[in-house]
Write a protein that binds this ligand. Structure first.
Ligand code: NAI
Ligand code: A1CAB
Length: 272
C-alpha cells in the first residue's frame, strides 16, 4: 500500500476489524491513529502496535490523510460537526456507518472533505472482508483509488454507482457474517446432539464453510451447480437439501435480507 496516514474515529468492532486487517497485511501501525471515548478499545489497538491513540477525535485526525468514521449511525452527525473545523477540502473521509448518506455527512462536515461511503464486514480483520464502496460525484480519482486501496488491503471490494445499492451490500455482505455464524451455531449444536464433541463439530463445520466459500469464490461454477455436485441421487445430502426446501429456505433468506435492507433504509431516514 502507498504511504499515507489514516485516523479512525471510534475504535469499536468494525474499526478494530479493519485496523487488524491492515496491520496483519503489513501496514505500519504507526501510520494509523484512533480515537475512542473509553479506554478498553484503545488498549486493544495498542496491542496491535498503534501508538497514536487518544480520546479527542480532533487531535487524532491531526495530519492524517484519510479519516474513517467508525461510530454508530446515531453519532455520525455530532462527530462530523465536531471534526468540521479540521477537515480539509481534499481530505478523504470514509464512513462505514450503515444507512447515513454521503450528502448528509458532507453537509455536517461543513461541505468539506471528499466523502466515500463504505459498507464493510468484520472478516476484514483476517484480510477476508467484503466491502461495497460509493463515492459522491465530487470525489476525485486520487481519493477513489485511495479508498479502494484501504479497503482492498483487507478484502474484496466492489463499487456501486448508485448509493441506495449500499442497502443491498449491507444485506449480502455487511450483515451477512452474522447469518453464517447463526447457521453454524445451529449446525454445531445439532452435531453435538448427534454425539460429536464440540471441538470436532466446530472445526469440521468452520472448515466446510471456508471450503464451500472458496469453491464459489475461486472457481467459475455457480452455487446451484456446486450444490448439485454434492447431492448423489437418493443419497444423504438430497434429504437435507429437500428438508431446507420444504422449510422454505429461499423465502426465509429473502425475507431476512429484505428486513436487513429495510432497516438500513430506515437508518438513512432516521439520521438525516
Ligand atoms: N459491526 C459490524 O459488523 C459492522 C458495522 N458497521 C458500521 O460500523 C459502525 C460502528 O459499528 P461497530 O464497530 O459495530 O460499533 P461499536 O459500538 O463496536 O464501535 C463504535 C465505537 O465508537 C465509540 N464512540 C462512541 N462515541 C464516540 C464519539 N463521540 N467519538 C468517537 N468514538 C465514539 C464507542 O465507544 C465504540 O467503541 C456503525 O456505524 C455500523 O453501522 C458497518 C459494517 C459492519
Ligand atoms: O447491524 C448493523 O447495523 C451494522 C451494519 C452491518 C453490520 N452491522
Amino acid at each position: 500500500m502507498s504511504e499515507f496516514t489514516t485516523a479512525f474515529i471510534g475504535a469499536g468492532n468494525m474499526s478494530r476489524s479493519i485496523i487488524g486487517g491492515l496491520v496483519a497485511g503489513g501496514v505500519d501501525p504507526r501510520s494509523v491513529s484512533a480515537s475512542n471515548p473509553s479506554k478498553g478499545p484503545l488498549e486493544a489497538l495498542e496491542k496491535l502496535g498503534l501508538t497514536e491513540l487518544g480520546h479527542s477525535n480532533v487531535e487524532v485526525v491531526g495530519n492524517a490523510d484519510v479519516v474513517v468514521l467508525g461510530v454508530k449511525p446515531k453519532l455520525i452527525q455530532a462527530v462530523c460537526e465536531e471534526l468540521a473545523p479540521v477537515i480539509r477540502d481534499d481530505h478523504l473521509v470514509i464512513s462505514v456507518a450503515a444507512g447515513v448518506t454521503a450528502d448528509n455527512i458532507h453537509r455536517w462536515l461543513g461541505s468539506k472533505g471528499e466523502v466515500v461511503r463504505c459498507m464493510p464486514n468484520t472478516p476484514s480483520q483476517i484480510g477476508a472482508g467484503a466491502s461495497g464502496l460509493y463515492a459522491r460525484a465530487s470525489v476525485g480519482d486520487a481519493n477513489r483509488q485511495r479508498a479502494e486501496e484501504v479497503m482492498s488491503a483487507v478484502g474484496v471490494v466492489r463499487w456501486v454507482q448508485e448509493e441506495p445499492l449500499l442497502h443491498a451490500v449491507t444485506a449480502v455482505a455487511g450483515s451477512a457474517p452474522a447469518y453464517f455464524f447463526q447457521f453454524m451455531e445451529a449446525m454445531i449444536a445439532e452435531a453435538g446432539r448427534m454425539g460429536l464433541d464440540e471441538e470436532s463439530a466446530r472445526t469440521l463445520c468452520a472448515q466446510t464453510c471456508i471450503g464451500a466459500g472458496r469453491m464459489l469464490a475461486e472457481g467459475d461454477v455457480d452455487a446451484a451447480e456446486l450444490r448439485r455436485r454434492v447431492c448423489s441421487p437418493n443419497g444423504a445430502t438430497e434429504r437435507a437439501v429437500d428438508a431446507f426446501s420444504a422449510g422454505g429456505l429461499d423465502k426465509l433468506v429473502s425475507k431476512a435480507m429484505e428486513a436487513c435492507a429495510a432497516r438500513s433504509e430506515e437508518l438513512a431516514q432516521e439520521f438525516s
